[in-house]
Design a protein around this ligand. Structure first.
Ligand SMILES: Cc1ncc(COP(=O)(O)O)c(C=O)c1O
Length: 387
């Protein structure tokens, strides 16, 4: 039987491979998982009663989301992000990944090109390939910050969009407002879209500030902003996010979503209404512990500064270590799991093939486990890399 060549060219996610290694090495502490340590606020669970109270809720609902959630999202975007929604629309999705796929399908034809920053988020690279398009990778600088001139220089006739993720997965970098302004302007001048993934908008530390390119005056017609409840509200399995899109993409995006999803799960949308009524303070409170763990990780890693560089990272819950020794990153991960019982994600997953990189995630952990995990990582790196 025939297997699609297109799908054969899509990378296989490494996370399940690392997951299998963890399972076969019981007791391994995972610094691999890109999820928050907490679940949703009680308001989310309470709001499910509203869903259950109306038998009509068991039927299909609007493709773009239920009005109650759309209203809550629009209020939040105006108040927190400075996105006015003049000339743009909101569509609720089953998470930000789905928002990204919707966007790529709506703005490309096969053979078109999309700029991703290197290192990229692997699901973005996979989505571009699934759509039959080509990823053009533009390297970020030594601190994983944007290089707007390189982005401008990479634009071709077939370019359709530049993607930025801030705060970033896998680097933890929070992009400077001035750089995001510049990238958005480059996109406007070249008649291409700026896709801004803001799944980690609440996860910033040490005074770093998140900036939404969708708040720039005159950006509505070429800016697609993606948001998610997965991290902020401990909502990963509930599958709710949303996209802010230019008005002219409203019809094509709804065609795609109608075909793939019909409507985002309505029970989860009601839970999302509840979660958003708790609002940002819910996440801010939870973030205190994650911020302490981040500080502890940075201090511990400073002890192996001769072996790995930890570029500046004040967002999300990731650090992308640059290993000084030139090992194959998956091989290093395997050794760390098998010999030192600590798991991280190899940089190759994020397109980093030039040198050896490791992504360390600290969002899923409680303090004690985190302390043990980072201790094992530092000892493991010292033993493996110092020989
Ligand atoms: C940058 C980025 N975007 C999107 C997602 C997926 O978000 P969602 O669960 O809303 O699909 C992730 C998850 O790790 C992510 O890191």
């Amino acid at each position: 039987m025939y297997d699609s060549l297109r799908m054969q060219s899509v990378q296989s996610p490494i996370i399940p491979v690392v997951g299998e290694l963890i399972r076969s090495n019981p007791g391994t502490i995972s610094l691999g998982q890109g999820v928050a340590y907490y679940g949703p606020p009680p308001q989310a669970v309470e709001a499910i009663q509203k869903f259950l109270a109306d038998p009509e809720n068991h039927k299909y609902k609007l493709v773009q989301g239920i009005p109650e959630l759309l209203e809550a999202i629009e209020r939040k975007l105006r108040q927190e992000n400075g996105i006015s929604l003049d000339g743009s629309r909101v569509v609720v999705t089953a998470g930000a990944n789905m928002g990204f796929m919707n966007a790529i399908l709506a703005i490309t034809d096969p053979g078109d090109e999309i700029i991703l920053q290197l290192p990229y988020y692997f699901n973005h690279e996979m989505a571009v390939t699934i759509a039959g398009c080509k990823t053009i990778c533009v390297p970020t600088d030594d601190d994983y910050q944007l290089q707007p001139e390189s982005i401008a220089a990479a634009i071709t006739e077939r370019m359709r969009a530049v993607v930025t993720i801030s705060p970033n997965n896998p680097t933890g970098a929070v992009y400077r407002e001035s750089d995001l302004q510049q990238v958005n302007d480059i996109c406007r001048r070249n008649g291409i879209y700026h896709i801004s993934d803001e799944a980690y908008e609440y996860f910033t530390y040490d005074g770093a500030r998140h900036f939404s390119p969708g708040s720039i005056a005159g950006s509505a017609a070429h800016t697609i902003s993606l948001f998610s409840l997965s991290k902020a509200y401990g909502f990963a399995s509930w599958r709710i996010g949303w996209m802010v899109i230019p008005e002219h993409l409203y019809t094509p995006i709804r065609k795609i979503q109608d075909t793939i999803l019909i409507c985002p799960p309505v029970i989860s949308q009601w839970a999302a209404v509840g979660a958003m009524s708790a609002g940002r303070p819910y996440c801010r409170d939870k973030l205190k512990m994650t911020a302490e763990i981040r500080r502890m990780f940075l201090e511990e890693l400073a002890g192996v500064a001769d072996l790995v560089t930890v570029p500046h990272a004040d967002g999300a819950f990731y650090l992308l270590l640059r290993v000084h020794k030139n090992l194959e990153s998956m091989e290093l991960v395997r050794r760390l799991i098998e010999r030192h019982k600590v798991a991280v994600i190899p940089g190759m997953t994020f397109g980093m093939e030039d040198k050896c990189y490791l992504r360390v995630a600290y969002g899923a952990l409680q303090k004690d486990t985190a302390a043990e995990g980072i201790g094992r990582l530092v000892r493991g790196l010292r033993q493996i890399l110092a020989t």
